[in-house]
Design a protein around this ligand. Structure first.
Ligand SMILES: Cc1cc2nc3c(=O)[nH]c(=O)nc-3n(C[C@H](O)[C@H](O)[C@H](O)COP(=O)(O)OP(=O)(O)OC[C@H]3O[C@@H](n4cnc5c(N)ncnc54)[C@H](O)[C@@H]3O)c2cc1C
Length: 368
């Protein structure tokens, strides 16, 4: 079999890989995106749909700034995707709320918000009375909320679809059912080995979610990622109930109410009744009228987490031209990945603002 050849190959067609591939494809390079296909364990297809800024990066200012920057560029991304593909990803970005269901939760949230950079994150606390004017359906347990104007939500499946469509519309190639087994670098170019043959590339971007753990060391990189399960309940379509998304509840543009999402140390995508019951109980405490709503579907998917939960963006020092990208908020960061990170990869150098995201932060000194 003859090797196909591209300027850049992106490994992984989830939200991270697709956003980067789209951003790269919009330039003049020949770009391919390789994916394991529909049977893959993919965080992107289980996504809740939030663009979430509040509370992010309290201990990691570079991440707070990166998240804010992405949220700011989301309208531009949504507009471009619509113009290039006709797909409306249903972006609504009028703010978001984190509900507190007791005084204890409210105090804990206030303490966390006090640690946020008030000027740039613009997170504010709302008492129950103020919240009730925004969300008239809240239950008696709701003590208040935090609010951030930069938060919003989109339809995550339409987003993934739009990124793939926009990527192919600008000349990119999607190669499905191509699980990359091996990546090597020789004389300045890369060869990716798949069951369907070898592929040559001038540059490689590893954006394979949990698959990065095995691929990164082959290029002198490190991706210490683990899975975390999240479960979501989809309720039937309801009349307008939630004008703004709440961190664990949102109403889609079609009226469906989604409730989630758990954070479980688990590598299985099975759902579990106990966790789903806890999600449902909390949703009903927040909005008692949800008790009468029918459940349509439940699912579980695996997040991709680094040890400190922050992204890794890095170029290999031993295999220049190989880049690694992984994060746990791939929808929130899709605009940054497509519009800011991809041009840096195309230029061959990551900006100094991304240096704090190197996996070297996990290096520990050997005991003397
Ligand atoms: C329940 C849940 C809710 C979430 N909600 C939100 C949210 O509201 N907002 C938000 O911002 N984020 C959310 N996330 C996180 C977001 O979905 C992830 O950050 C994002 O999907 C990660 O994208 P990814 O492309 O890195 O990984 P994935 O989506 O897992 O995709 C990885 C891809 O790489 C491919 N792959 C793996 N190995 C190989 C290989 N060897 N060769 C070729 N291809 C390979 C796989 O086929 C797969 O398609 C949520 C995640 C979960 C699980």
């Amino acid at each position: 079999m003859t090797a196909r050849s591209y300027d850049v190959v992106v490994v992984g067609g989830g939200l991270v890989g697709a956003a980067i591939a789209y951003g790269l494809g919009a330039g003049s390079k020949r770009v391919a995106m390789l994916d394991e296909g529909d049977r893959a364990l993919r965080a992107a297809s289980g996504n809740f749909g939030l663009i979430w800024v509040q509370g992010k990066g309290i201990d990691f200012p570079a991440y707070a700034a990166w998240t804010r920057g992405s949220a700011r560029r989301w309208p531009e991304l949504a507009m471009r995707l619509r113009a290039e593909t006709g797909i409306d990803v249903a972006l609504e970005q009028r703010g978001g709320l984190h509900l507190c269901l007791s005084e204890r939760e409210l105090n804990a949230r206030s303490a966390l918000v006090a640690r946020c950079d008030a000027e740039s994150n613009r997170v504010e606390m709302m008492d129950r009375a103020a919240l009730a004017t925004l969300l008239p359906g809240i239950g008696p347990d709701v003590a208040g909320a935090s609010y951030c104007a930069a938060d919003g939500h989109v339809n995550p499946l339409k987003l993934l679809c739009a990124l793939h469509a926009a990527f192919t519309a600008c000349g990119g190639s999607i190669l499905r059912d191509r699980s990359v087994r091996r990546v090597t670098r020789e004389r300045g170019s890369f060869t990716l080995t798949t069951a369907a043959g070898a592929i040559d590339a001038g540059r490689v971007v590893l954006a394979a979610g949990l698959g990065n753990a095995a691929l990164a060391p082959q290029l002198g990189l490190s991706a210490p990622v683990r899975s975390q399960r999240g479960q979501i309940i989809a309720l039937e379509r309801l009349p307008a109930l939630l004008p703004l998304p709440v961190e664990t509840l949102r109403q889609t543009d079609a009226g469906t109410v989604l409730a989630g999402d758990s954070q479980e140390d688990c590598a299985s995508t099975d759902t579990s009744t106990g966790v789903l019951a806890a999600i449902a109980a909390r949703a009903v405490r927040a909005f008692p009228r949800l008790a009468a709503a029918r459940v349509v579907r439940c699912w579980a998917a695996l997040r991709v987490l680094t040890p400190d939960r922050y992204p890794i963006y890095q170029q290999s020092e031993t295999a220049p031209g190989a880049f690694l990208a992984t994060c746990h908020s791939g929808l929130t960061l899709a605009a940054a990945h497509a519009l800011d990170l991809a041009p840096q990869i195309a230029a061959g150098t990551l900006a100094t603002a991304l240096l704090p995201f190197s996996a070297h932060r996990f290096d520990v000194a050997a005991p003397s």
